[in-house]
Ligand binder design. Sequence first.
Ligand SMILES: Cc1cc2nc3c(=O)[nH]c(=O)nc-3n(C[C@H](O)[C@H](O)[C@H](O)COP(=O)(O)O)c2cc1C
Length: 223
Amino acid sequence: MNVYEAVQSRRAVRGFTDEPVRVDVLERVLSAAAWAPSGSNLQPWHSYVVTGAPLEQLKKVAVERVAAGEPWDEREFQMYPPQLVSPYRERRSRFGRERYTALGIAREDWEARQRAAIGNWECFGAPAALFCFIDRGMGRPQWADLGMYLQTVMLLLRAEGLHSCPQMAWSQVRKSVEEALTPPVELMLFCGMSIGYEDPAVDYIRTMRAPLAETVTFVGDVD
Ligand SMILES: Cc1cc2nc3c(=O)[nH]c(=O)nc-3n(C[C@H](O)[C@H](O)[C@H](O)COP(=O)(O)O)c2cc1C
């Protein structure tokens, strides 16, 4: 698989089989992903890989909390600006529409949407997950480093025949994650990531991208 194929075949998969993911494969992926760039080579990412009984227990705790309607944990960062402006607002609406259409859920069916959202804390059935933390003292450039690292992980997973879904949803129950993983106090959770083999029986709509001209400006000679 070349890099283009890895980039194009990566998507947020929301249905995994229970086929176990070998830890030596994850070690290989994470060793290679450590070559991701970071400003001044700070390598500000801290990953916890969770499988087996500890993951099942964490899923159970999180799902029970969400299903019981417990409030989200106090936020350490905002997932999105409170007032999304154009064109982001439209992109977000389109994403929501497509996601629920793929699941056959009507827009106004709040309960069905909630049930679908709970899939997040079941890791969509995945038998492995990665939780990525960052030191609270780090700034925006280091958060960008985390993004580069996480994308590198996801592309390498494709090279291993694996799929993934990055999930900020885990930050909404971050205290349960912290209780399970007991990271050093200076670390805060950015996101989780479900990892596993795709279940081909789960329907989805491929999330499209804006035309290049909307997001890229070429300056200079372009023949
Ligand atoms: C930082 C980050 C957090 C995300 N959080 C979630 C999440 O909590 N739940 C989810 O189902 N998808 C989540 N996604 C997946 C996005 O919805 C998805 O990447 C986007 O819609 C583009 O679709 P694609 O990745 O399938 O191409 C997240 C993606 C990123 C990069």
